[in-house]
Design a protein. Structure first.
Lengths: 270, 514
């Protein structure tokens, strides 16, 4: 009897493990992918929702930082599944094409990246909608430069439905554009932040972003300065690193300011 | 399927449409031996005694009001290949026999059209309707058929009777070059039969072995294979319509049906299609071929159907049915053996299959060059370090590729975004040699460098190119707003140019860090 009991226990344990493996991999991927940044994860209630659309906006000159941020998000969401990056031809002319060596330097794997060069927004949208319906991908990034009327509420809803149906996460990178109404789960505004101060001989230049979560359908918004850790493949708070390298308190970096310093025009007297 | 060089048929087409409504004779002239000579004419011209080969001056003297056109060889050969496309409906083996002929290998095809005579009748009447003047013949060898078309239109020669059929024809009919034909006539050999009666060694000694070979082929004693325009597809399925179809729905249904038939045929041999071609034959003779390539062998009818739907939707010049298509053909031009993989246990196999299927679909719509994966290259020139290749063909290779590992603990040393051609920047401040700039202007915005790291010197690969290109010194810099750039100086400071004078180095922006 005792033998029977232990084997039943083993069986139950095995079943439990199989169930866990299955939920980890199959079908609609589990709910949320943690970013690694504790405060952001807390606001997002555990991380970025899978099977939904997320938007990242940036100014034209901040496109590289925004690409880095969205690549990080895609990496967190994908977890070793292939990634499809749809880009408009114009975006490559304006801010350069993705460099695979640079991709590798961010700690990401170029083997899992398929890139689509779309000639225009319409073709990019169609490609993204097709890819979102294919559940072999972990995420689909759509990079669209400039204002466009094609990306309206209807298009956004179509993408959201496709993402919801397959469990693939859609990430929309909008450079040099103003936000329009959409059905996206979250909306971020990203700009690069200065590297934390350090000695001249120390390594600097890790991707640091000033991120603002301006919209969150199921929670609060917030803003954080995040650093993408290329070795661990997660976002983390810059202050953690600062605490290690600079034990003394450091004045807030200028990038922290929501607005740039204002220049006040002075009229000459007389 | 077909053995080339069995009964072949030549149809000699005057590739000029002859619409003889007006009575004034029309002739086409071309320059030969420094004089304008008639190369083609219509019935009206033939009736008044004009003939091919006559000088234009003579023709003008006979009939001053004849209309004269310049020969356009390009248009002629285009028309001929158009007719050849149309002839694809009778057999997949169609060869050009310039300037005015086509050779069709109809071995094993004739019964589909009710026999050889019926096939020839159908072909001739259809071409006549399109406005071409046709003469055709069927014989066991291509040389024999070619000889017969010129002089005995509509003749069908049974196997073994070639020698008798061509015996009465003039030697000109053999189509050998002018010198040989003239030589034969001078020797008193007027007909093919006369030539055949002489000993082969005599003929070979006088007129070369090539002519003897031609003669033997015309007599049916040996055969030369024809040279078809397109390779023979592995599988062909087609559907003919008594009533031409023109609507999208009907075309889609036809293609879907054909795809099922094709898959059934390929399945028996364990094959899958890698390249498919759909041919749409319009009633007025125009033929449109649309091809689709796939990354891995396709074994499902729905996939074929879907690929063609994507392709047809995305065509720059849509399929124009005109008065309708009377024949739709689907052929698997290239096929591969299908390797059965165990799918159920390994989810990665399934995932990769789905990715490949999506890539095929996207490639069908927007072109395979636009769906890419990257392969690492063994070079340290930054812009050549990775090579984009079509995902359709290289997906598996790219997924296995080994990329150089990053150095732990270092920030990214290569930018995430790189410009295809480095953008020139203005470095305003005179600098200490071998130091990064303090300010630079890119796209009309001046950036002040706060931090810089470098130089990382990259010499160009002199062993690959002949031309000497300057060494680059790369710098990683960050400006006061936190933007991170990858700059380089093209050439070294105080580097002497060819004439011994120092050239100021140029600065470029090559990439942007995240």
């Amino acid at each position: 009897m005792a033998g029977n009991g232990s084997s039943a226990g083993t069986l139950a344990r095995l079943r439990d493990r199989i169930a866990r493996i299955e939920t980890d991999h199959g079908g609609g991927m589990p709910g949320r992918a943690s970013l690694g940044h504790e405060k952001a994860d807390a606001v997002l209630q555990g991380g970025l929702a899978r099977g939904a659309m997320h938007e990242v906006f940036a100014e034209g000159r901040h496109s590289a930082a925004a690409s880095g941020f969205i690549a990080g998000l895609a990496q967190r969401v994908c977890a070793n599944r292939p990634l499809l990056w749809v880009r408009q031809d114009f975006a490559a002319r304006e801010s350069g094409a993705l460099s695979m060596r640079g991709w590798r330097e961010l700690g990401l794997d170029p083997c899992l990246l398929v890139t689509v060069h779309a000639s225009d927004v319409e073709s990019a949208l169609r490609t993204a909608a097709d890819a979102l319906a294919c559940d072999a991908f972990g995420a689909v990034v759509m990079e669209i430069w400039g204002e466009t009327r094609l990306l309206d509420l209807v298009a956004s809803r179509r993408l959201t439905l496709a993402a919801g149906g397959s469990g693939v996460t859609g990430l929309l990178l909008r450079v040099a554009a103003t936000p329009l109404p959409s059905t996206a789960e979250t909306r971020w505004i990203v700009r690069p932040a200065r590297s934390p101060p350090c000695e001249a001989w120390q390594a600097w230049g890790a991707p640091v972003f000033e991120t603002r979560l301006v919209r969150n359908r199921h929670g609060q918004t917030g803003q954080w300065i995040m650093e993408w850790s290329c070795d661990e493949c997660l976002f983390r708070d810059v202050s953690i690193r600062d605490a290690q390298t600079h034990p003394q308190p450091v004045a807030a970096a200028p990038a922290d300011r929501p607005d740039r310093a204002r220049v006040v025009a002075l009229r000459r007297a007389g | 399927m077909l053995r080339s060089g069995e009964p072949a048929e030549t149809c000699d087409t005057q590739s000029r449409s002859t619409k003889t409504k007006e009575t004034s004779p029309r002739i086409v002239v071309a320059k030969q031996n420094n004089g304008l000579v008639i190369t083609a004419l219509d019935d009206a011209a033939a009736r008044i005694g004009l003939a091919i080969g006559q000088p234009l001056a003579n023709a003008r003297a006979i009939c001053p009001d004849s209309e004269v056109f310049d020969a356009d060889e390009t248009a002629d050969s285009k028309a001929l290949s158009g007719i050849a496309d149309w002839c694809d409906r009778f057999t997949p083996l169609v060869a050009l026999d310039p300037p005015h002929g086509l050779l069709l290998d109809i071995t094993g095809c004739a019964h589909l059209f009710g026999g050889e005579a019926a096939l020839m009748r159908q072909l001739c009447s259809a071409l006549k309707r399109q406005g071409f003047d046709v003469s055709a013949a069927i014989a066991g060898t291509s040389a024999c058929a070619r000889a017969l078309t010129r002089h005995a239109h509509g003749r069908i020669v049974a196997p073994g009777e070639e020698a008798g059929a061509v015996a009465a024809l003039p030697v000109f009919a053999l189509g050998a070059d002018d010198a040989i034909t003239r030589g034969l006539r001078r020797a008193g050999l007027k007909t093919v039969g006369d030539v055949a009666a002489r000993g082969r060694h005599e003929i070979a000694a006088r007129f070369s072995a090539a002519f003897t070979a031609l003669l033997e082929q015309a007599l049916g004693q040996s055969d030369a294979p024809i040279n078809p325009r397109k390779p023979l597809p592995d599988f062909i399925v087609e559907k003919r319509f008594a009533e031409p179809i023109a609507t999208d729905g009907a075309i889609a249904r036809t293609l879907a049906g054909l795809a099922r038939t094709l898959i059934a045929a390929m399945e028996k041999q364990g094959k899958g299609a890698r390249r498919l071609e759909a041919g749409f034959f319009r009633t007025d003779g125009a033929v449109r071929i649309i091809a689709v390539e796939t990354g891995r062998p396709v074994t499902r009818g729905e996939t074929i159907d879907r690929l063609f739907r994507e392709r047809l939707d995305a065509l720059a010049d849509p399929l124009d049915p005109g008065f309708g298509f009377d024949l739709v053909r689907l052929s698997a031009v290239r096929t591969d053996l299908v390797v059965q993989e165990q799918r159920d246990l390994d989810t990665h196999v399934r995932d990769n299959d789905e990715v490949a299927a999506l890539v095929d679909r996207l490639a069908a719509r927007i072109g395979s060059q636009r769906v890419v994966v990257h392969l690492p290259q063994d070079t340290h020139i930054p812009e050549r370090a990775s090579f984009p290749v079509p995902a359709q063909q290289h997906l598996a290779a790219a997924m296995r590729a080994e990329w150089p590992a990053r150095i732990e603990g270092e920030p990214p040393l290569r930018p995430l975004r790189m410009f295809a051609r480095p953008e020139p920047i203005e470095v305003t401040l005179a600098e200490v040699p071998d130091k990064p700039p303090r300010h630079f202007t890119w796209r009309r915005v001046t950036h002040t460098v706060v931090r810089a790291e470098g130089p990382e010197r990259i010499a160009m690969e002199w062993w690959r190119t002949q031309e000497v290109r300057p060494t680059r010194d790369y710098f990683r810099v960050e400006d006061e707003a936190g933007l991170r750039f990858w700059l380089y100086r093209d050439g070294l400071y105080n580097e002497a140019a060819g004439n011994g004078e120092a050239v100021p180095p140029k600065w470029f922006l090559h990439g942007l860090f995240a």
